[in-house]
Design a protein around this ligand. Structure first.
Ligand SMILES: Nc1ncnc2c1ncn2[C@@H]1O[C@H](COP(=O)(O)OP(=O)(O)O)[C@@H](O)[C@H]1O
Ligand SMILES: [Mg+2]
Length: 180
C-alpha cells in the first residue's frame, strides 16, 4: 500500500499522479561555461477528480515549470506523470491533442497570454473550435451565451483585448463601464 492509497481509499486511480518529477534547463552561464539549472526537484503530487490542489512557492521555485511539464510543454528529466492512470511519456500525436483538450493552463497575466490582435469573441471561440470541434455557428452561440453569463453585452464579442501598455489598459478598464 502506498501513500496515495491511504489518501484516497475509494479512488483507485487519481486524475493526476506526478511522481518524483525533475525538470532541468541547460544554461550558458558566463564566459561560455555551461551549467544546468534544476527547476523542479523530486516533486510528487496526486489530484483526485473534483479535488483542487494549491502549489505555493516563491518566484522561480518551479511552479510554472511543474505545470508546463504536466502539459508536456517542457521535457522532463526523470520521474513520471500519469493522467487517469496513463503515463503521458509516450502519448503523442492525436492522443496528445485529445489530452491537451482536457488539460489547460490558465495564465495569471492576461496581457501576455491574450492575443492583442484577436477579438474577445475569437479568443473564446478558438478553444471551442480546436478542442471541442464546434462549428462556427455553434461556437458563436456558445460565445454569446458565455458573455451573457458574465454580464457582458453581445457587442463585447467584437472588442479587441487591451494591449499591455498601462495607458491602454487603464482606458480599457474605464471603458468597461460603457458595456453595462
Ligand atoms: N524555458 C526555460 N529555460 C530556462 N530556464 C527556465 C525556463 N523556464 C523556467 N526556467 C527557470 O526555472 C526556474 C523555475 O521557474 P518557474 O517554473 O517559472 O518558477 P515559478 O513559476 O515558481 O515562479 C527559474 O529559475 C526559471 O528562471
Ligand atoms: Mg510561475
Amino acid at each position: 500500500m502506498n501513500s496515495a492509497d491511504a489518501v484516497n481509499p475509494g479512488d483507485a486511480v487519481p486524475l493526476l499522479d506526478v511522481r518524483d518529477l525533475r525538470v532541468s534547463f541547460g544554461s550558458r552561464g558566463h564566459f561560455g561555461r555551461g551549467g544546468v539549472l534544476r527547476a523542479v526537484n523530486d516533486v510528487s503530487l496526486q489530484i483526485a477528480a473534483g479535488e483542487t490542489l494549491g502549489l505555493v512557492g516563491e518566484s522561480g521555485s518551479g511552479k510554472s515549470t511543474t505545470g508546463n511539464a504536466i502539459l508536456k510543454l517542457v521535457p522532463i528529466e526523470s520521474g513520471s506523470i500519469s493522467v487517469e492512470g496513463q503515463d503521458i511519456a509516450n502519448v503523442r500525436g492525436k492522443a496528445l491533442r485529445h489530452l491537451r483538450g482536457r488539460m489547460q493552463m490558465v495564465f495569471q497575466d492576461p496581457y501576455s497570454s491574450l492575443d492583442p490582435s484577436a477579438t474577445v469573441g475569437s479568443s473564446i471561440a478558438e478553444p471551442l473550435r480546436v478542442h471541442q470541434r464546434m462549428s462556427g455557428r455553434k461556437s458563436a452561440e456558445r460565445v454569446a451565451e458565455l458573455l451573457e453569463l458574465v454580464g457582458l453585452p453581445p457587442r463585447a464579442t467584437r472588442a479587441v483585448t487591451p494591449t499591455s501598455s498601462p495607458a491602454a489598459s487603464a482606458s480599457a478598464s474605464r471603458s468597461r463601464g460603457h458595456w453595462r
